[in-house]
Design a binder for this molecule. Structure first.
Ligand SMILES: [Zn+2]
Length: 434
């Protein structure tokens, strides 16, 4: 795929972002990168016979993935090196009963998933993608498949300013009545989303699909990722939070060479609190680690020597809103990953883990910065504190500075992905952390 404005190093990232409109697609795109690097899939339901220095990945719910490289050395000697991130992004997801027909229009009922910056979803050329469960003619066994309409099929039009003169002063968005995508007109054709979805399933290769049982479908912006700025200083895309980190973690895992067991954890449901079977609050990672260590006391010993780098974007200081940051902690785009610190434990960084990460970054020639929120402005949180408390593992929260987090189109620095990848590669390769 060509991207006229992209720099060579961003092409892989742009393709990954574009091919990953939903967590299911992100896991599928990640699987491709891992398989090309010699990683093979293990099923949680099977017995695992792990050989030294083997490379595998495990998928749960089709939307969370853990890739790992077991090492020659027993994990008790040096612990695990883990990098965490998340596959989900705030968006609109279609409700089970989708169709809303009135005044010759077909609209689809949608549920708001996570902390969407709603105003950015108006007037976009939206498409629909996700996973569908269906049966064939026999009606017996449920099967699932991924679906992606790819072309613009939906839009949430703004109300004209003439009909809302205060639109630029005070705007409240009604979540139930205004966030309703329009997908067509009903007078020419008896449009029905189930039928449209079946047609798309057939186009996407599920030719036996006869009856849809259920779906998890998200709306997404069809605008491609792009380089932006007079010198292409920035990258603009949907889902930079947190597929930018997922991509850097994948590159670091496949590029690194290490004697230490390394894991990359990409979890779904971070944007809604991580409490799910596949989310970071669930037992997925722990159950994989238990299978990598030979006993529970070995696992406890290994965890005491392990560290997790939780990667999720940080807020760069926005030149139009400088008052939103602490004066001494103002991450700048293209100046390297920000270490996110919060003693109230919204971030899991400690003095010890910050020191370890700074040293890894320095060895890789990567600059670091700090993000610390103001006392009167809150900050987000990440899978960092959740995983740290589930496993009791030392954790640092880091992330690339971005603007417009949770917008349908976020902005990051074009150099920063290389910085984060290099720092994570060094982290995976570090045998003695601190
Ligand atoms: Zn995030």
């Amino acid at each position: 795929m060509t991207h006229s404005q992209s720099t060579p190093h961003s092409t892989g990232l742009f393709d990954f972002l574009e091919n990953s409109p939903t967590p299911f697609h992100a896991v599928t795109a990640a699987r491709k990168i891992l398989e090309q690097a010699g990683y093979t899939e293990l099923k949680e339901s099977h017995a695992w016979q792990l050989k030294p220095a083997s490379k595998h990945f495990v998928i749960r719910n089709g939307s969370s993935l853990i890739a790992f490289r077991s090492a020659d050395a027993n994990p008790v000697e040096r612990g695990f090196r883990m990098v965490g991130s998340h596959t989900d992004s705030p968006c609109l997801k279609l409700r089970p009963h989708t169709d809303l027909k009135d005044r010759a229009y077909l609209r689809l009922g949608a549920e708001i998933y996570g902390g969407v910056l709603l105003s950015t979803w108006f007037d976009r050329d939206l498409s629909i993608a996700g996973r569908v469960y269906f049966t064939d003619r026999t009606g017996k066994k449920a099967q699932n498949t991924l679906v992606n309409f790819k072309r613009p099929v939906a839009v949430i039009p703004n109300l004209a300013i003439h009909l809302n003169r205060s639109a630029n002063e005070n705007r409240t968005i009604q979540k139930q009545s205004e966030m309703v995508p329009l997908v067509g007109q009903t007078f020419a054709d008896h449009l029905d989303f189930q039928r449209l979805l079946l047609e798309q399933l057939h186009l996407d290769g599920a030719s036996s699909a006869e009856r849809i049982l259920s779906h998890e479908l998200s709306l997404y912006d069809t605008q491609r990722p792009a380089s932006v700025g007079m010198r292409s200083e920035f990258i603009a895309s949907s889902r930079l939070d947190n597929l930018l980190s997922v991509y850097c973690g994948l590159q670091a895992l496949v590029q690194s060479k290490s004697e230490v067991p390394c894991l990359l954890v990409c979890s779904d449901h971070e944007e809604v609190g991580s409490t799910s079977a596949a989310g970071a609050q669930g037992p997925f990672l722990k159950s994989v680690l238990e299978r990598l260590a030979s006993s529970s006391s070995d696992l406890a010993r290994a965890l005491s020597k392990s560290m997790l780098v939780s990667t999720d974007n940080a807020h760069g200081i926005h030149p139009n809103y400088p008052d939103k940051h602490d004066p001494a902690h103002q991450p700048i785009l293209n100046q390297g990953p920000a270490i996110k610190s919060n003693f109230n434990q919204h971030y899991a960084t400690s003095d010890e883990t910050a020191a370890a990460f700074i040293q890894c970054a320095e060895r890789a020639g990567v600059p670091t910065q700090y993000f610390v929120s103001r006392n009167d402005v809150g900050c987000g949180t990440t899978i960092g504190p959740i995983t740290a408390s589930v496993l009791g593992v030392r954790t640092v929260d880091v992330g690339l500075p971005t603007f417009a987090m949770h917008s349908i189109r976020e902005l990051a620095g074009s150099q920063d992905a290389n910085f984060l990848t290099a720092a994570l590669t060094e982290f995976f390769q570090t045998t003695d952390l601190i």
